[in-house]
Design a binder for this molecule. Structure first.
Ligand code: IVH
Length: 679
C-alpha cells in the first residue's frame, strides 16, 4: 500500500469515527457540539472519499444511512431467542397480583423491579458483531421476522458502530422499539392528507409502515427513532453477561445505544405506582407516544427462574395507560358559526373516554376535510386525542358501513340566521356574511369577554348564550348597559351572581387600556401582540380607524393582509356604530403614550399598591422617574395613575372612587416595554 493510499484510509477512518461520535451527540444525547454546517462538511468529505475509492466503503460508515433502491421482498430471519409479547394489565391491583404471583413462585427472593415507559411503536432486533451493525429484523410472529437490515440502518439515532468499551460483546442482539415522535407523526399525516393519500391511523402504524418499506430511501426520509429495552443473545470475549435490567440499560448507553428514557428501579408496588403516576402525568408532554409502563423483574437470574408462558415472560408485565384512541359513532355533523362568520363543521360523537377525557365533539375544519376523509353521518369512526389534547376524527371504519350512513351536505344557508352562505375568493371556508347573525354575535361576545379580550371574569359562554338568546345584548357595548334587573330574573342566576358579573364587567371596563380593547374587537389577524403594536402608534380607536392601509403597513410586523383586514373592519358600518357606542358609554381608553416623545409620564403622579411579581418598588420608581413621572404614596384627586399588584389595599378602592386610571402590573410592564422598544 503506498503512502497516499494509507493517508486516505486513515482520513476515512477518522471521519467515520468523528461523524459517528457527532451522531451520538446529536441523536442520542440531543446535545450537538458542532454546527450542522461542520457536520455536513465532514459527511460530504467522507462520501466523496468513498465514491472516489470504492475500496473504502465500510458497513459501519455513517454514509450508509441514506437508503438504497428497492430490494424485492424481505427475506425471513429467525430469532435466536423468541421475541415474546407482554401481558397487559389495566390497574394497579393487577400489578399487585403480578407481584404476589412472582413472590409465590420464588418465595426465597425479594425482587426489585425495573420500570420504564412502554413506547408505542414496532419491536425490532438489531445485531452487532464486534461492535458493527450487521443485521436487523422485525418481531414478526415472535420466532421469525422480516430482515429489515437496510431500513433500520437508516435510523438516525441508531449507531452503526458501537463505542469501543472494555466490555464490548463480540456478538450482541439488541431489542428495542422503533418509534416516530408525536409531532413529526402529525406533520407526516398532514402531508399525506394534503396529497390526498391515506393517513396512518396512529404513530405505531406510521413507524411500522416506514420500517416495512421496500425502498429504504423512503425509510430514510421518515423521522424514525430506535430505543433499546433489552437484549437477546450476547457473547463476550472477556467479562460476564449482564446480571440485571439496570445493568443492561447502563451498558447499552455506554456502547452509544439509545435506551428507553425514564427507566428506574422500583422496590415495591408503591414505588411502581409512583412511577406510573409520574409517567402518566408526563405523557402529554412527551415527545414520543407512550402507552403504558413496563415492569420487569430486575435480576436476570430471577427472570430465568420465572421463565415464560407460551407468549409472554412471567417476569414482566405492561401496565397500560388509558387509551388515547378509540372507536365511536359519528352521530351527526353540525355547523358552528365563528365570530368572523366562518362555518366550521363539527363532528357530534357518541361520547367516549379518551385518556380520561370525555370526548363528544371534534372539529372537522372544513368541507374539504370531510370529503378527503370520506366521512358519512352514521359512520363508526376512529377518534384520537393526539399531540395537543384537541380531539380529532382520524378516519371512518369503512368496513363497518351498512346502508344507514348518509353523506353530509353543506347547506346553502346559515343554520343560525338563514342568510345565504358564501365562499370568499381563495378561501376554503364558507361564511355567513350577515353581521347581525346571532351565532356570530355570540362568538364575537365570547371573544370580547374572553382571556384574549377584556377578560371579564365569570361571564362565560353559557351566560353569553343566554344573554344573546334573550336579546338582552345585541352588541359588545350592550354588556356595559346591563342592569341588575336584567340579570336577576334569568334562570340559575340569583342576586349574588348577578352582582358579581356586573362587578366584573365594571372592573374589566376600568382596566380596558387601548391595546386590550383593540384585541377584544376580534379583528381578523389582529391578536394580542398586533394590538399592542397598534396601540403604540395610535392614541385611540378613532385614530386607528382613520389610519390608511399604507400607514398601517409601515408598522413592524403588519403586512398587507393584516392592514387590509383592519381597514375593512373600521369601514364596516356596524363596527363604526360600535365605536360610537363605546364612546357614549365611556369605554374609550386614550393612550398616555403620546404626551411627550421622550417623557410620556412628564408631570404625572403615580401610586403603586399591592405586591409586584417582577418589579421591585425601587425599580418601578426608577422607571417612572426616567420617563418624567413621580411616584407618590397616597391616592388623591391629583393622582394620575395607580398600578395595582397582588392584594392591593384600600388605595385601589379610593382610585376607583375617584375614577383614576388603573393599571395591572402587566399593563405597566407592557407600557414600559412598548415605550423602550419605540425609543
Ligand atoms: S420489554 C419479553 N420494554 O411492547 C418482552 N417492551 O406489548 C420484553 N415495548 O413487543 C419486552 N416499550 O415491542 C419492553 N420499554 C419496553 C417496551 C416494550 C415497548 C413493546 C415491545 C413488545 C410489546 C409488548
Amino acid at each position: 500500500m503506498n503512502q497516499g493510499q494509507e493517508h486516505i484510509e486513515h482520513r476515512a477512518e477518522q471521519l467515520r469515527r468523528e461523524i459517528n461520535l457527532h451522531n451520538y451527540y446529536y441523536y442520542v444525547l440531543d446535545d450537538p457540539v458542532i454546527s450542522d454546517a461542520e457536520y455536513d462538511r465532514m459527511l460530504a468529505e467522507l462520501k466523496d472519499l468513498e465514491e472516489k475509492h470504492p475500496g473504502l466503503k465500510h458497513p459501519g460508515s455513517p454514509t450508509m444511512k441514506v437508503g438504497a433502491p428497492p430490494a424485492g421482498q424481505f427475506e425471513h430471519r429467525e430469532h435466536s431467542l423468541p421475541m415474546y409479547s407482554l401481558d397487559n394489565s389495566f390497574s394497579l391491583d393487577e400489578v399487585r397480583d403480578f407481584v404476589q404471583r412472582i413472590k409465590k413462585q420464588i418465595p426465597d427472593a425479594d425482587p426489585y423491579f425495573w420500570a420504564e415507559p412502554k413506547l408505542d411503536g414496532l419491536a425490532v432486533e438489531v445485531i452487532y458483531e464486534n461492535g458493527l451493525f450487521v443485521a436487523a429484523s422485525t418481531r414478526g410472529d415472535g420466532y421469525v421476522g422480516e430482515d429489515v437490515t437496510d431500513n433500520i440502518r437508516t435510523i438516525r439515532n441508531l449507531p452503526l458502530t458501537l463505542f469501543d468499551v472494555d466490555s464490548m460483546p463480540e456478538y450482541l442482539e439488541v431489542r428495542g422499539e422503533v418509534v416516530i415522535p408525536r409531532q413529526e407523526f402529525a406533520r407526516l399525516n398532514a402531508d399525506k392528507a394534503r396529497k390526498g393519500e391515506k393517513v396512518f391511523a396512529n404513530s405505531r402504524n406510521a413507524a411500522a409502515g416506514s420500517v416495512r418499506q421496500l425502498d429504504s430511501r423512503i425509510t430514510a426520509s421518515r423521522p424514525l427513532y430506535f430505543f433499546s429495552y433489552g437484549t437477546g443473545i450476547s457473547r463476550f470475549k472477556s467479562g460476564s453477561n449482564w446480571q440485571s435490567q439496570q445493568e443492561i440499560a447502563r451498558d447499552m448507553e455506554a456502547l452509544g445505544l439509545p435506551t428507553v428514557p425514564g427507566g428506574r428501579i422500583c422496590r415495591d408496588t408503591d414505588e411502581v405506582e409512583q412511577c406510573y403516576r409520574e409517567q402518566l402525568d408526563r405523557r402529554e408532554q412527551s415527545r414520543f407516544e407512550i402507552d403504558g409502563l413496563v415492569i420487569k423483574v430486575n435480576d436476570i437470574a430471577l427472570q430465568q427462574r420465572l421463565g415464560f408462558t407460551s407468549r409472554a415472560p412471567r417476569w414482566a408485565m405492561a401496565l397500560k395507560f388509558p387509551a388515547m384512541q378509540g372507536r365511536t359513532r359519528l352521530n351527526d355533523i353540525q355547523l358552528q358559526v365563528g365570530r368572523t362568520g366562518v362555518l366550521t363543521p363539527v363532528a357530534i360523537l357518541e361520547p367516549l373516554n379518551l385518556g380520561g377525557v370525555l370526548v363528544s365533539r371534534a372539529s372537522l375544519h372544513n368541507e374539504n376535510e370531510i370529503r378527503a376523509k370520506d366521512l358519512k353521518i352514521g359512520d363508526m369512526v376512529l377518534v384520537q386525542r393526539a399531540g395537543d389534547v384537541i380531539p380529532e376524527v382520524v378516519r371512518p371504519l369503512v368496513k363497518e358501513r351498512d346502508s344507514t350512513q348518509i353523506d353530509f351536505i353543506f347547506p346553502d344557508e346559515c343554520p343560525a340566521c338563514d342568510s345565504p352562505v358564501t365562499r370568499l375568493k381563495d378561501e376554503v371556508a364558507l361564511r355567513c356574511l350577515n353581521i347581525s347573525c346571532p351565532a356570530r354575535l355570540e362568538q364575537q361576545l365570547i371573544y370580547f369577554a374572553g382571556k384574549q379580550g377584556l377578560d371579564i371574569e365569570g361571564l362565560g359562554r353559557q351566560w353569553i348564550r343566554v344573554l344573546v338568546s334573550k336579546e338582552l345584548i345585541k352588541s359588545p357595548a350592550d354588556l356595559f348597559r346591563l342592569r341588575l334587573d336584567d340579570l336577576v330574573p334569568l334562570d340559575g342566576m340569583g342576586l349574588k351572581l348577578a352582582h358579581n358579573i356586573l362587578d366584573s364587567i365594571r372592573e374589566a371596563a376600568e382596566k380596558a387600556v387601548l391595546p386590550r380593547l383593540i384585541a377584544a374587537l376580534g379583528i381578523r389577524h389582529v391578536g394580542v401582540e398586533t394590538a399592542k403594536r397598534l396601540a403604540e402608534h395610535y392614541k385611540d380607536l378613532d385614530e386607528l380607524a382613520a389610519a390608511r392601509q399604507e400607514d398601517l403597513q409601515g408598522i413592524e410586523d403588519i403586512g398587507p393582509e393584516v392592514a387590509l383586514s383592519i381597514a375593512e373592519f373600521f369601514n364596516n358600518n356596524q363596527n363604526k356604530k360600535l365605536l360610537e357606542e363605546f364612546k357614549e358609554i365611556g369605554l374609550w381608553p386614550v393612550q398616555a403614550l403620546n404626551v411627550d416623545n421622550k417623557m410620556p409620564l412628564k408631570g404625572k403622579k403615580m401610586v403603586f399598591t399591592g405586591g409586584m411579581k417582577t418589579l421591585s418598588r425601587d425599580r418601578a420608581r426608577e422607571e417612572v422617574e426616567k420617563l418624567g413621572g413621580k411616584v407618590v404614596g397616597s391616592v388623591s384627586r391629583n393622582t394620575d395613575m395607580v398600578v395595582a399588584g397582588e392584594n392591593p389595599g384600600s388605595k385601589l378602592n379610593k382610585a376607583r372612587e375617584l375614577g383614576i386610571e388603573i393599571l395591572s402590573e402587566d399593563d405597566f410592564l407592557n407600557f414600559l416595554h412598548s415605550w423602550s422598544s419605540r425609543n
